[in-house]
Design a protein around this ligand. Structure first.
Ligand code: AMP
Ligand code: TRP
Length: 319
């Protein structure tokens, strides 16, 4: 089974990225032949500072490796190191109906927030379809917000198959229901654009400050506290054992424990959960060439997987 996913180097990784996409991706390495990449071509639609893009790509590579990508098992690479993906995106775009792209939330949300409507932003889902189809992917682990992009990918693949014969496999999304939407500090979906994120590699002081600053209601210490929509419980569930989570939920329901104490427990839970990842990250920092080696080798292996698919596509369409 071929597993594939990508992540844009557009900022610091947060718990939404980790639980929505990275942790499932790391777990899936055991179940198949995994391809993970840094979507730097996609990031060009929003990042216009070359030094920042380069630095973000490298930092993302380090952080993703620290979170458990095993380069001896998985192919880990930069999207732009496989240039034929843009050729495939062009071929796919020739059968993609405008209406399909006009319906995409990603484009609508970004332009509604004032971003200029570039062709790249509009065609974003077509490049994503090319990313997926060029490796004959079976399964794509992503957060719920990418569901529509996976539907577009399948629609485009069907269109090509109807037009040119069986060229592509139809990939399936892998969206985990329990962590499909990770809440941010304010209870809305955790997202860079809402400024409500907790970074995976937050410093201890910054993490404490963010957690202690979570807005709570004015329920007195002795009184029971609401569990529905509780940001503290929503985040704690992700990092705590089942027993610790039940204990904290019990403390909410019974009363007698203040929000300050509950937040301290949440802080410790998050801090301890990411201790192994922090240690691995320090190791990677101590060998700066490691990342370059992994990405160079990943590029070779990714191109080797893409080449036969591209030959098949070119032959099918008449190039
Ligand atoms: P983004 O940073 O929005 O490009 O997202 C990168 C990956 O993380 C995608 O697979 C998203 O679906 C996932 N992701 C981002 N934010 C969240 C969230 N709050 N909950 C779950 N998954 C998320
Ligand atoms: N659009 C995805 C995101 O913003 C990143 C991405 C690009 C991707 N190409 C992909 C994810 C292919 C999965 C498969 O998160």
């Amino acid at each position: 089974m071929r597993i594939l996913s990508g992540i844009q180097p557009t900022g610091t990784l947060h718990l939404g990225n980790y639980f929505g996409m990275m942790r499932p991706a790391v777990e899936l390495q055991e179940r198949g032949d995994a391809f993970y990449f840094i979507a730097d071509l996609h990031a060009l639609t929003t990042v216009r500072d070359p030094a920042a893009l380069r630095a973000n790509s490298r930092e993302l590579a380090i952080d993703f490796l620290a979170c458990g990508i095993d380069p001896s098992r998985s192919v880990f690479f930069r999207q732009s190191d496989v240039p034929s993906v843009t050729e495939l995106a062009w071929i796919l775009s020739t059968v993609t109906p405008m209406g399909l792209l006009e319906r995409c939330h990603g484009f609508k949300d970004k332009t509604a927030r004032g971003m200029a409507a570039s062709h790249g932003l509009f065609a974003y889902p077509v490049l994503m379809a090319a990313d997926i189809l060029i490796y004959d992917s079976d399964l794509v682990p992503v957060g719920r917000d990418q569901k529509q992009h996976l539907e577009v990918t399948r629609d485009i693949a069907v269109k090509i198959n109807e037009t040119y014969g069986e060229v592509f496999k139809l990939p399936k999304p892998d969206i985990r229901d329990d962590t499909a939407i990770v809440p941010g500090l304010d209870g809305a979906k955790m997202s860079k654009s809402y400024h409500n994120t907790i970074a995976i590699f937050e410093s201890e002081a910054a993490l404490k400050k963010k957690i202690m600053g979570i807005k709570t209601d004015s329920t007195p210490v002795e009184a029971p506290k609401p569990v529905e929509d509780s940001v503290i419980l929503g985040l704690y569930r992700l990092v705590a054992s089942e027993a610790d989570f039940r204990a904290m939920e019990g403390d909410h329901l019974a009363g007698g424990v203040g929000y300050g104490d509950l937040k301290k427990r949440l802080f410790s839970g998050i801090w301890e959960y990411f201790a192994p990842q922090r240690a691995r990250r320090e190791e990677i920092f101590s060998d700066p060439e490691f990342v370059d080696r992994v990405l160079a080798e990943g590029a070779v292996r990714a191109r080797a997987a893409a080449d036969p698919v591209m030959s098949r596509v070119r032959a099918a369409v008449g190039l």
